[in-house]
Each structure stands twice: as C-alpha cells, then as structure tokens.
Design a protein around this ligand. Structure first.
Ligand code: PMV
Ligand code: MG
Length: 332
C-alpha cells in the first residue's frame, strides 16, 4: 500500500517587509519548524480532509478547500492529465499553526500549498526540485489572486534562512492567462533565493500577540505609502543585515534591524499595533533587538537576544503584556 507522510513548516520575515512587494527588492526570511503535516494514501475515491475544517471533500469545488484544490489543479497541469483520471487518494492535512482557533501568522496558506504539492509529488512519484516546487506554488497562489511577494513560499520550499529577491508578479500573472503551463515553468522569472549561513551568536525569540492580522488587507492598506526612499533605505538596511548575519557582526545587525523597524513604523501606523510596540519595548533596555515581523497589525514579532539575562527579562515582559513565546532557537 502506497502511503506517504510529508511536512512543511512556517516562516517569519526578519527584514524587508513591504519593500519586497516591489520586484527586485530583497527580504530575509527564516523558517519556523511549527508544522503542517500531510498523509496521503491510495483510495477508491478522492477524499481531502483538513483539521482546519471538520468535513471532507472530493474533487467538487469547495471554498474552504480552494487552496488545496488549486494545488491539485497545478499538479494536474504538470502531469498533463486531469486529476480525475489519475489514481485516487485520501489526503489528510493537519496544522499546528494556530492556538485557541487563532492563527499565528506563520504563513499557513503558503505552507498548505507547498505541502499539498509535495504530497502529490510523493504519491505520483515525481522528484520536484525546490525551484520547480516554488514556481508551482507561486503559480497556484497567483492564479487565486494572492497579492503577496511569494517570499513566504520561497522560505517554506527551501526550509532555510534565505535572502529572497522578488519577481514581477503582475507580468507572470498575465502570462498565466495566455501562456502554457510548460512554457511558464521553463521561463526565468528573475527572482533569486539565496540560502544564508548565520555566524551570528544570538537567541532568536518569537512572540505571538494573539491579535490576528490579515496580510492581504494590510498590503492593500499600506502599499500606496511605499516610496522610492522607503525602498532604497530598506534595501540598504536589508543588505547590511544579511552581511551582519553572515559575518557575525552584532553591532551592524542591531543597527540594521532597528533601522528596518523604524522604517516600518513610519510607513504606516497600523503596522506597529500596540502589542507589537510592547513586544519591541521589552527589547529596548536589554542586550537585544526586537521588531514586528511580516505585515504587522498583530500576529508575531521577533527578538534577537544576546545574553541569558536579557532573554529572561524579555520573556517576563512579554508575559506581562500577554504576548506568548511560541518558538525560540539559538543561533550558532
Ligand atoms: O504577515 P506576513 O508574514 O504574511 O508577511 C507579509 C510581508 C509583506 O512584505 C508585507 C507582504 C509580502 O507578501 O511580502
Ligand atoms: Mg502576518
């Protein structure tokens, strides 16, 4: 009996938010091993189930299952056959990316798309390169009208700390409408995904505000405020940040992270939700640096602490502000 178990994780932005929405700009993202899992096995009929909803579907369109079903559709394009003509399966998806019915904001839509594609590739015995997987996931999300930079799926497919330079999603979306799938997969979309090897000694902390924020709405609200100054100054700070991570330059790291944080704060007032201000304030009089992560307005913020006393102080402060430490990891 063919049976496969696959996993994908989440992601967090370290630097480059909003700026990376503009093609050619860079963001730094890091994987977070809070997982989504898929189990797929041969079955008589197609059955798709996710613990995010308490019912299963087949191949008939269902709004809650749109992302998973669109991923199936993308895989059918790669295989050159209708899914209905292929061997049937039961696909079960589970997520750890929420608590008390509230999402963490670790990129579950991107993660479920990549996960579904990985599960189908395993089941139909295809060996997909991370690059093809990234393009197929981006294709799926763009087709559904996603307005993000695709940085999330770059990080989730590579499952590494990366520097991601975005491609022109408008051009690719237009090509989805009038080019073949095969042509599009062959074409150079002109993004880059570069793994980063950290040499910085730090303790990475993730604080969850428990305030759900919708990236799509935040992007629509904020995008008009993005100026060429914002872009060039953010890009400079992101490059400095990357260099600091690679060379282990703590001073430069703290400066560049504080800089992108300030730039985000002045970009739009909605980004630094009061709970994210509290999250960052907890890092201010200790040996650490903190910032909001992703679109802001809630979800998670991050901190890098450089000694145990500071880490303890931050966690205590966060707790006093009802901010949950949901993940931590030591660098080097
Ligand atoms: O909130 P998140 O983790 O989905 O991050 C959004 C980051 C933005 O730059 C604001 C949008 C994007 O897709 O890059
Ligand atoms: Mg978010």
């Amino acid at each position: 009996m063919t049976k496969y178990h696959l996993e994908t994780g989440g992601k967090l932005y370290i630097a480059g938010e909003y700026s990376v929405l503009v093609p050619g700009q860079t963001a730094i993202l890091m994987p977070v091993p809070i997982k989504m899992t898929a189990d797929i096995e041969a079955a008589q009929d197609f059955k798709i189930w996710s613990d995010m909803f308490d019912y299963a579907v087949g191949l008939e369109a269902d709004a809650n299952y749109a992302l998973i079903q669109a991923s199936l559709e993308t895989m059918s394009l790669l295989l050159g056959k209708d899914i209905a003509q292929l061997p049937a399966f039961t696909l079960s998806i589970k997520s750890q990316m929420e608590a008390d019915g509230k999402k963490y904001g670790l990129g579950s839509s991107g993660s479920v798309t990549v996960l579904t594609l990985k599960a189908l590739a395993a089941f139909y015995q295809l060996d997909l390169s991370p690059d093809l997987l990234f393009k197929m996931a981006a294709y799926t999300l763009l087709k559904l009208g996603d307005n993000g930079s695709m940085g999330d799926i770059a990080c989730i497919t590579y499952d590494q700390l990366i520097a991601y330079r975005s491609f022109d999603r408008k051009t690719i979306s237009q090509k989805i409408a009038n080019h073949s799938f095969e042509e599009l997969m062959k074409e150079d979309w002109k993004y880059t995904i570069e793994p980063i090897k950290p040499s910085l000694e730090a303790h990475f902390l993730v604080g969850w505000t428990k305030v759900p924020s919708i990236s799509r709405d935040m992007i629509n609200r904020v995008k008009g405020a993005i100026t060429s100054d914002y872009l060039s100054e953010t890009e400079n700070a992101v490059k400095a940040c990357k260099k600091a991570i690679e060379s282990g330059d703590k001073e430069l790291f703290v400066l560049s992270l504080a800089r992108v944080s300030d730039l985000l704060e002045t970009l739009d007032l909605a980004i630094y939700h009061p709970k994210l201000l509290a999250l960052r304030a907890a890092c201010q009089n200790v040996n650490a640096v903190g910032k909001s992560s992703g679109s802001g307005g809630g979800d998670c913020g991050i901190a890098f602490s450089f000694d145990q006393e500071s880490t303890d102080q931050i966690i205590k402060d966060w707790r006093a502000n009802a901010i949950d430490l949901i993940y931590d990891q030591r660098w080097t």
